[in-house]
Write a protein that binds this ligand. Sequence first.
Ligand SMILES: Nc1ncnc2c1ncn2[C@@H]1O[C@H](COP(=O)(O)OP(=O)(O)O)[C@@H](O)[C@H]1O
Ligand SMILES: C[C@H](O)[C@H](O)[C@@H](O)C(=O)COP(=O)(O)O
Ligand SMILES: [Mg+2]
Length: 473
Amino acid sequence: MTKYSIAVDIGASSGRLILGYLENGVLKLNEIHRFENKIVKKGEAFCWEAGKLFQEIKNGLHQCKQMGIKPDSIGIDTWAVDFVLLDEDDMPLTEAVSYRDPRTDGIMEQVFGHIIKERLYLETGIQFQKFNTIFQLYSIKQSNPEILEKAKSFLMIPDYFNYLLTNKKVNEYTNATSTQLVNAFTKKWDVQLLDLLGINKEMFHEIKMPKTILGNLSEELVGEIGFDMKVILPATHDTGSAVISVPEKEDTIYISSGTWSLIGVENYFPICIMKALDYNFTNEGGLDYRYRFLKNIMGLWMIQEVKRNYQDVYSFAELVEMARAADSFKSLVDVNDDRFLKPENMVDEIRNYCQDTNQMQPNTPGEVAKCVFDSLAASYKLAVKEIEEIFEKQFKKINVIGGGCQNEMLNQLVADVTGKEVNAGPVEATAIGNIVAQLMALNEIEDIKDARAIIKKSFEIKKYLPAKHVLNQ
Ligand SMILES: Nc1ncnc2c1ncn2[C@@H]1O[C@H](COP(=O)(O)OP(=O)(O)O)[C@@H](O)[C@H]1O
Ligand SMILES: C[C@H](O)[C@H](O)[C@@H](O)C(=O)COP(=O)(O)O
Ligand SMILES: [Mg+2]
């Protein structure tokens, strides 16, 4: 009997409900619902519209009902680090504040007053991003301590949506690791660290692994939606799900290319050596206790903001073509400069950076886009070099997954600047990884090896060779 699983993948720019099922050993997808996600200002804070996003999840399930589809399971994945705090009545104490909110400016340095950077890294193995959950919670402790005193539940965004579906409160492992509050070796909440920072450890829930069957929909939701199904934990950190879909694992570096570019490799143990710290690599948790040794690169957020700055008159595909036509423009920016995390106007910020560094300023949308894509490729090239230095080996291939793998110009740029074969796809890698985790939990797929073989057979992967076809051996 065929099993049908619904992946809810909510990234920073869009969300989608995708139905997945096996047909003659091939994974089939059917996009049920897609919706925009964006950060909005609520008072002085930059927030996610959590209520709207949950309503969109329900809209997608209503759509299933109208299509006569009754899925066997649902799994939710979203971006990392962000959370909701519930009080003793299970009511949210704050908005779902975004990691792009400036409330964590300067907080990292305050935390280092309690625990030195090197020890924090050795214990958690997590990269230092100023918006990590540890710094968000410490910021709340400093500015609104009464909120932490009232908090009885810490739920990351997917955990919160799972709670709204089932009334059950758990923290899923892969996303929990992104908080920088989970010990990389015990794989549990680091209670000594929480005590050291004066953050109430009682509000954290039991950490559950991907493939856990959390339960069924609440009675209230069954009444509203019109059917029941199992709620399964995929790798609820979207990048954790995306990496499951990398069909080529051996000798392959992946780039999960969406709002962020997450570049790294899959590993079986955490690498917390000083060189990994110096290069700011992370060891986020993966399926079956694997590790995602990777680093954040600012990503296509930059072109999303450029598109918005030009009033969305150009599509992403048109911006790529305009960038191709601006071939003579060569200025580069450091995409990971904090100034690009949430600028008032990305185009102006890029122009100002070029001026500050005595480079030609981009004057057209094409030149701006070319600068973004060239600069991202340059950042990927540096990260590849750092990975190969740490692993003391050359990687043969780069696998670009996610929406960004549709950017053929960037795919070719990556091949040219790294001298490596670039494989692009699958586009919906995150949803695919989410679905195969559910199908593993439903005993439709044996294990991750089986899943990757199915994925490789099921989706087109486009190959790009370096322009001069000189492959780094
Ligand atoms: N047709 C296209 N051509 C080039 N780039 C594209 C195209 N479609 C989408 N993209 C890129 O994919 C990005 C979205 O990737 P996605 O994985 O959906 O993001 P997220 O999950 O972070 O919301 C867009 O920001 C855009 O840069
Ligand atoms: C803030 C985190 O680093 C970020 O969520 C990243 O881990 C991630 O998963 C981004 O996913 P997108 O699909 O939003 O690019
Ligand atoms: Mg995504």
